[in-house]
Write a protein that binds this ligand. Structure first.
Ligand code: PTJ
Length: 241
């Protein structure tokens, strides 16, 4: 559908359209459309823009990713449709792999997403030789690299896996519009923002921070308290209702 640029919610409609296209192409789960609707509700309350607390958290997340020895970025159907290219750009700057990981796993969806990502980036992990302990969904199947990663960026994740990854002593960075979700509540760093804004912001920060010394990056991470960050996000939402 051709969307009129003058529409007051053009960006939001464009985002929906990307998911619908991804669904028609066979790699976005039908449930992904529902997930977007859940997110949109929070985004509306966040004024559909990156609030200051999220901007700061995105900077801290990039600093942590730059400090880590073996970072990884997890990609599901929604993430591939909304910002596959941008995720690959961020991974390239961070010099880290991306891994396709699906809740509603099918071989076909996995292959389409992998092919899409490979158009932009070579370092796409596909082998699934390890299993995350204490997790019963298909999302438990991961590569050896992911299994051993010290930091995992997991946008639009489900709470079970976020929790299981934290139990494995990984630093978990979530991107989730809902600060009350189990993912946000369990993560080490919870970015409460729409992924379509968060990833481009993180690319800008990665370009800016990549030349900092380790002690400067450590300073950025040390000052951050996720509890306080979540409180700011929740208070912002409370102020809207
Ligand atoms: O591709 P698959 O098979 O791995 O499935 C992916 C989905 C997203 C369908 C699956 O993981 C799922 O069902 O997710 P949930 O449990 O609905 O959770 C999605 C979370 O992401 C919710 O807390 C939403 O608020 C949040 N969310 C949705 N859209 C966005 C978002 N957060 C940031 N940006 C968005 N655009």
């Amino acid at each position: 559908m051709k969307l009129p640029k003058s529409h007051p919610r053009f960006e939001s409609l464009k985002t929906r359209e990307k998911l619908v296209t991804g669904f028609k192409e066979g790699y976005v789960a039908i449930n992904g459309l529902i997930a977007q609707g859940r997110g949109e509700c929070f985004d509306y309350l966040l004024e559909e823009k990156t609030q200051n607390f999220a901007m700061n958290t995105e900077r801290v997340a990039v600093a942590l990713l730059l400090l880590s020895k073996s970072p990884v970025i997890s990609v599901n159907g929604n993430v591939a449709a909304l910002c596959g290219r941008e995720i690959c750009k961020l991974a390239k700057i961070l010099k880290c792999p991306v891994e396709v990981n699906l809740f509603y796993w099918t071989k076909k969806r996995g292959e389409i997403i992998e092919k899409k990502l490979r158009k932009f980036y070579d370092n796409v992990l596909t082998e699934k030789t390890k299993k995350i302990p204490n997790l019963n969904s298909k999302r438990a199947n991961v590569s050896r690299y992911f299994y051993n990663a010290d930091v995992a960026l997991i946008p639009l994740e489900d709470g079970d896996r976020a929790e299981a990854l934290v139990k494995m002593k990984k630093n978990v960075i979530a991107i989730d519009l809902n600060p009350l979700s189990r993912t946000s509540q369990n993560a080490t760093i919870s970015i409460v923002d729409n992924i379509v804004r968060a990833i481009p912001n993180m690319i800008t920060y990665a370009e800016e921070l990549k030349n900092l010394r380790r002690d400067e990056l450590e300073d950025i991470v040390k000052k951050f308290k996720n509890e306080k960050n979540l409180k700011m996000a929740i208070n912002f939402l409370k102020g809207k209702i």
